[in-house]
Write a protein that binds this ligand. Structure first.
Ligand code: PMP
Length: 429
C-alpha cells in the first residue's frame, strides 16, 4: 500500500496542529510511531484514505459509528438539520423526542440533560453528585477512562487502594487527592477503600462493562456489591456508559448486568457520529441541576438540532429487529476465526468479546483488570496493528482499545479480516 499523501499531510499537520492530531489517541505513538493514515471517505464498513487505499474499519471512530459510515437514514437526518438551521439557542421538539427515546431505553433515567461530549457528561455527573451529597471525593477504578476533565485524569498509587496522583501535567495535586482509585473487579480493595474514605465519597464512578482497557466484563455480582457498599456509606453510584450504551443491546450495560446506578453518563453512539453527550438519573438528584437547583451546567451547543436528529435516526436504525443478534453472530465468527488462527500459528492471545465488540490481548493470561491488560505484549500488538493496516484493516492504534463491529459489516468482511489476521499471525510467528 502507498501512503504518500498521508505522509505528506501528517508532515504539514505537524506544522499547524499540535502533534499533528486533534486527539492524542489518533497518533501512532503507542504503536512505534509513523504517520497516522488520513481518511477522506467512509461508506458502510469501509474507510478510504487520501491515497485511495480501502480499509475494513473496526475503529468505528472509537465507538460512535455503530451503523457504519454514512448510513443513509442518518445522512438524511443530518441533511434535514442543515436545511432547517443548525442552531437556535432555544428549546426544540427534537430534544424532547430524543430525551423520551433515551429514557424509554434506559429506565433509570428519570430526567436527562444533553451536552456535547462524553467528557462533559461525566464531569457533570460528578458535580451533581457532589452537590447532592455535599461531599468532595470520588472513587474510580484503575484503567477506566472517563474523559479528560481534571478529576478523572488521576491514576492510582501503587497499593490496592490509594489516593490519586495526577495523570496529566496541569491537574493540581489538590484535585488529585480527592480521587481514590482501586483495581476493577477487586471487591476487597473496594471494601477497604470504602471503609477508609467512604464517609467522604460523593460517588463511585465506573464503566459497568469496561471499554477502555479492552472489553472487560465485571465478575458476577461485582457491581451488586459495589452499589450496596456505596449506598451504605451514603455515596452515589455513577455509571459511565459513554462506550457501553446501545453497544450491546438497545439500552445500556446497566440493563445487562441488572444493577441500576443513581446517575448515568452517555455519549458516542447516541449522536450517530455527531458531537454529543448526555447525563441523567434519579429525579431528586437531577433536580439539583440549574435552573431547578444550585449545580450549574450549561452549553451553547447542547441539544443542537443536528446532533438530536442524527441521534434519533441512529437509535431508529438500532431499533430494527435482529440488529444486536447479528452483531453478536458476526462477533462470534470473528472471534472464532482469530482464535483458530492463533492456534494454527501458536500466537499467545486472549480474546475478550461481548456481542459486537472485542479485544485481542497478546497474552495467554485471562484479563479482568487493568494491571493484566497493561502486562500484555505491546510490542507484538504494535507489529500486529501495522500488519493489519497494510492489509486494509483499520484498528485502533493501541493495545487497550476494542474492535467495534457495525451493522454494515458482512460475513464476507469478517472472512477477509480473518485471512488478514492469519497472515499477520503467520508473519509474527
Ligand atoms: N467515558 C468513556 C467511558 C469513554 O470511553 C470516553 C471516550 N473514549 C469518554 C468518557 C470521553 O468522551 P469524549 O471523548 O466524547 O469526551
Amino acid at each position: 500500500m502507498n501512503y504518500t499523501k498521508s505522509d505528506a499531510l501528517h508532515k504539514e499537520a505537524l506544522e499547524h496542529i499540535v502533534g499533528g492530531v486533534n486527539s492524542p489517541s489518533r497518533s501512532y505513538k503507542a504503536v512505534g510511531g509513523g504517520s497516522p493514515v488520513a481518511m477522506e471517505k467512509g461508506e458502510g464498513a469501509y474507510l478510504y484514505d487520501v491515497d485511495g487505499n480501502r480499509y475494513i474499519d473496526y475503529l468505528a471512530a472509537y465507538g460512535p459509528i455503530i451503523t457504519g459510515h454514512a448510513h443513509p437514514h442518518i445522512t438524511e437526518a443530518i441533511k434535514q438539520a442543515a436545511e432547517t438551521g443548525v442552531l437556535y439557542g432555544t428549546p426544540t421538539a427534537h430534544e424532547v423526542k430524543f430525551a423520551k427515546m433515551i429514557k424509554e431505553a434506559i429506565p433509570s433515567l428519570d430526567k436527562v440533560r444533553f451536552v456535547n461530549s462524553g467528557t462533559e457528561a461525566v464531569m457533570t455527573t460528578i458535580r451533581v453528585a457532589r452537590a447532592y451529597t455535599g461531599r468532595d471525593k470520588i472513587l474510580k477504578f484503575a484503567g477506566c477512562y472517563h474523559g479528560h476533565s481534571d478529576l478523572v485524569l488521576v491514576a492510582a498509587g501503587s497499593g490496592p487502594s490509594q489516593l490519586g496522583m495526577p495523570d496529566s501535567a496541569g491537574v493540581p495535586q489538590s484535585i488529585a487527592k480527592e480521587v481514590i482509585t482501586v483495581p476493577f473487579n477487586d471487591i476487597e480493595a473496594f471494601q477497604i477503600a470504602m471503609d477508609t474514605w467512604g464517609n467522604e465519597i460523593a460517588a463511585v464512578l465506573a464503566e459497568p462493562i469496561v471499554g477502555n482497557f479492552g472489553i472487560v466484563e465485571p465478575l458476577p455480582g461485582f457491581f451488586d456489591h459495589v452499589k450496596e457498599i456505596a449506598h451504605q456509606k451514603g455515596a452515589l453510584l455513577i455509571f459511565d456508559e459513554v462506550i457501553t450504551a446501545f453497544r450491546f443491546t438497545y439500552g445500556s450495560a446497566q440493563n445487562i448486568i441488572g444493577v441500576t446506578p443513581d446517575l448515568t453518563a452517555l455519549g458516542k453512539i447516541i449522536g450517530g457520529g455527531l458531537p454529543i453527550g448526555a447525563y441523567g438519573g434519579r429525579k431528586d438528584i437531577m433536580e439539583k441541576v440549574a435552573p431547578l437547583g444550585p449545580a450549574y451546567q450549561a452549553g451553547t451547543m447542547a441539544g443542537n438540532p443536528a446532533s438530536m436528529l442524527s441521534g434519533i435516526a441512529c437509535l431508529e436504525v438500532l431499533q430494527q429487529p435482529g440488529v444486536y443478534e447479528r452483531l453478536d453472530k458476526l462477533g462470534a465468527k470473528l472471534e472464532a476465526g482469530i482464535l483458530a488462527a492463533a492456534t494454527k500459528y501458536n500466537t499467545p492471545i486472549t480474546v475478550n468479546r461481548l456481542k459486537g465488540a472485542l479485544t485481542i490481548y497478546f497474552t495467554n493470561e485471562k484479563v479482568v483488570n487493568y494491571e493484566q491488560a497493561e502486562a500484555t505484549d505491546g510490542e507484538l500488538f504494535a507489529k500486529f496493528f501495522k500488519k493489519m493496516l497494510h492489509q486494509g484493516v483499520n484498528l485502533a492504534p493501541s493495545k487497550y482499545e476494542a474492535w467495534f463491529l457495525t451493522t454494515a459489516h458482512t460475513e464476507e468482511d469478517i472472512e477477509e479480516t480473518i485471512i488478514a489476521v492469519e497472515n499477520a499471525f503467520k508473519e509474527l510467528a
